[in-house]
Design a protein around this ligand. Structure first.
Ligand code: P6P
Length: 340
């Protein structure tokens, strides 16, 4: 039987390759792993306890807050505070960033941007949901409070990014800039075990993911690409299938493993799209690019965008390189100016 390598063992083994590493990033990743095991437990019994449904409040996004959103946010924040390896957190659930002001944390090198439970509207109907995280080195001086600028760094500055998908199994997929690895939670031992080493996204794929209901509001180039995917071309026996879960982590995870393109374009009613740059698009773009794929906003690489606001949105087209490049050609060919 192939030996089991747990997430903790993997992190420690990787850290040994960096003699001057202080172990703070390792600690941070393990803190995230711990919190996700606790969220896994709640997500998997959500139907049995009064943790489903709405809290009756709305968050900074103006969206209904689910009880499990709040639970997950509190869990990750508590675990990161306890770990002392990060000095601040920007979360989808909090309008402003959280300063962690104990002495140990103030001396920490890292900040975290977090979507604690993405796709939570799907929980009540038992569809996969996920946690997305993004880690940067702070620019502000260690020993003092983190600053807003620490969170408004370009995506290519990320030190690490990952997601946890709470699906038919719970998996943690992450990168530290040296490839992408996937770990499946074995609840019988309470450990994430290496199950998908060195993930590479296929250069092309057969699946395209988009909310077809917004078709009429998309720019012409995007409409033309979607129509191209939907056409039945006997000559090429075009193999496309539309797959759209409506949960970002689930849609991207499938495309990462099987190949495909995920699109959340701008629309006439959402000129900057729906997805958030800091804690949805940047971490997913880092992961997919590290796996050999591509992520753009329709014109520029997602990782090159300069954030100006914690919760700013951006259109995103992400996945297999050949498919993203073809979409880009359609946008250029059919748009007045290759704008997003
Ligand atoms: P729509 C979930 O609410 C989410 O933020 C992402 O997980 C998902 O990709 C997207 O919104 C779905 O949005 O407008 O298609 O329902």
């Amino acid at each position: 039987m192939i030996g089991i390598e747990t997430l903790d063992e993997f992190i420690i083994r990787r850290q040994e390759k960096f003699p001057d590493a202080k172990g703070e990033l390792s600690r941070l990743l393990r803190d995230i792993g711990l919190a996700s095991k606790i969220v896994h437990r709640e997500v998997n019994k959500a139907g049995l306890v009064d943790i489903l449904g709405d809290t009756g409040t709305t968050n900074v996004q103006g969206e209904k807050v689910k009880k499990l959103d709040v639970f997950a946010n509190n869990r990750f924040v508590a675990s990161l505070k306890m770990g002392g390896a990060c000095c601040g957190i920007a979360s989808e659930e909090n309008e402003n960033f959280i300063i962690i002001d104990d002495e140990l944390s103030q001396n920490a090198e890292y900040i975290v941007a977090l979507d604690p439970l993405d796709g939570s509207s799907n929980i009540d109907v038992n569809v996969s949901v996920g946690t997305i995280f993004s880690i940067y080195k702070r620019g502000s001086l260690q020993g003092g409070f983190c600053q807003l600028a620490d969170f408004l760094q370009r995506g290519y500055e990320q030190v690490s990014a990952g997601y946890i998908i709470y699906g038919s199994s719970t998996m943690m997929v992450y990168t530290t800039g040296k490839g992408v690895n996937g770990f499946t939670l074995d609840p019988s031992i309470g450990e994430f075990c290496l199950s998908h080493p060195d993930i590479k996204i296929p250069k092309s794929g057969q699946m395209y993911s988009v909310n077809q209901g917004n078709y009429s509001k998309f720019k012409k180039g995007v409409q033309k690409y979607i129509s191209y995917c939907g056409e039945d071309d006997k000559n090429t026996n075009r193999p496309y299938s539309l797959r759209y879960v409506g949960s970002l982590v689930a849609d991207i995870h499938r495309n990462l493993l099987k190949g495909g393109i995920f699109m959340y374009p701008s629309t006439s009613t959402m000129p900057y799209g729906k997805l958030r740059l800091l804690y949805e698009c940047n971490p997913m773009a880092f992961i997919v690019e590290q796996a050999g794929g591509k992520a753009i906003n329709g014109k520029d690489d997602i990782l090159q965008l300069h954030p100006t606001d914690l919760h700013q949105r951006t259109p995103m087209f992400i996945g297999s390189t050949d498919m993203v490049n073809m979409l880009s050609e359609f946008i250029d060919r059919f748009s007045v100016s290759p704008s997003i």
